[in-house]
Write a protein that binds this ligand. Structure first.
Ligand code: SF4
Ligand code: SF4
Length: 217
């Protein structure tokens, strides 16, 4: 497999009186973190371009998943009308600050990147891969029911989850970063987009590869 080229959004932080600049950035394809302070408390909103219904590989969608959230708001009035927004949980402030720090070296609202997954494999390490009902059905129908048995899966928090080796790697990750079950891999794996925030953070955490500025502290 050769490198996959992707145009990814650049993440910028904004605060009043720069609301219009945040909107302009997002309308050109970027992602904005809009910070506010009310009654002495800081809050932040993620603002992204509209995510088409059912587009499971959309980078805005994955920007939200990386914050362990699932649904955007779609304001019909106000400055952010027509865009997708989501309140950022307080315990994710450091995550979004890191995104903006990383992208502070890039100009413009988007950037072209090319990543080769076979030189990486970061998202197949220390990762929780939950199997969907459709995965379970597909494994069984395709004669791969063995994938649902020990030691390949465990039940965890009500989900069937792929197991990891002692070194944290997915049990199906080969030494050359190929997936040993590539043809039938979980939908969570096949839908995982290159250059999504989950991809970028996995590359940082597992391989210290920074698509921009490295952490400054
Ligand atoms: S972390 Fe990103 S670049 Fe690395 S293997 Fe996963 S999708 Fe590919
Ligand atoms: S099943 Fe394959 S693609 Fe999914 S995490 Fe494991 S090695 Fe990676």
């Amino acid at each position: 497999m050769s490198a996959i080229q992707v145009t990814r959004p650049i993440v910028r932080s904004f605060k009043d009186p720069h609301r219009a600049a945040a909107v302009a950035h997002v309308k050109k394809g970027g992602h904005a973190i809009f910070w506010e302070r009310k009654n002495g408390r800081r809050s932040a909103v993620l603002v992204v371009p509209p995510v088409p219904e059912g587009d499971v590989t959309n980078l805005g969608h994955w920007s939200l998943l990386d914050l362990s959230k699932w649904r955007f708001s779609r304001p019909k009035t106000g400055t952010f009308r027509g865009l997708f927004t989501s309140r950022i949980p307080n315990d994710c402030f450091e995550v979004v600050e890191r995104r903006a720090e990383r992208d502070s070296v890039w100009e413009g609202p988007t950037r072209k990147v090319a990543f080769d997954c076979l030189e990486c494999g970061a998202c197949c390490k220390t990762n929780r891969v939950e199997l969907e009902k459709s995965d379970l059905d597909r494994f069984v129908k395709g004669g791969h029911g063995w994938l649902l048995k020990k030691p390949y899966t465990v039940k965890s928090r009500g989900k069937v989850v792929l197991t990891l080796l002692d070194n944290g790697n997915c049990r199906h990750l080969a030494k050359n970063n190929m997936c040993n079950i590539y043809e039938v891999r979980a939908s969570a794996c096949s839908e995982f987009p290159v250059a999504s925030e989950c991809c970028l953070s996995a590359r940082e955490e597992e391989l210290s590869l920074y698509d921009g500025l490295a952490p400054q502290n």
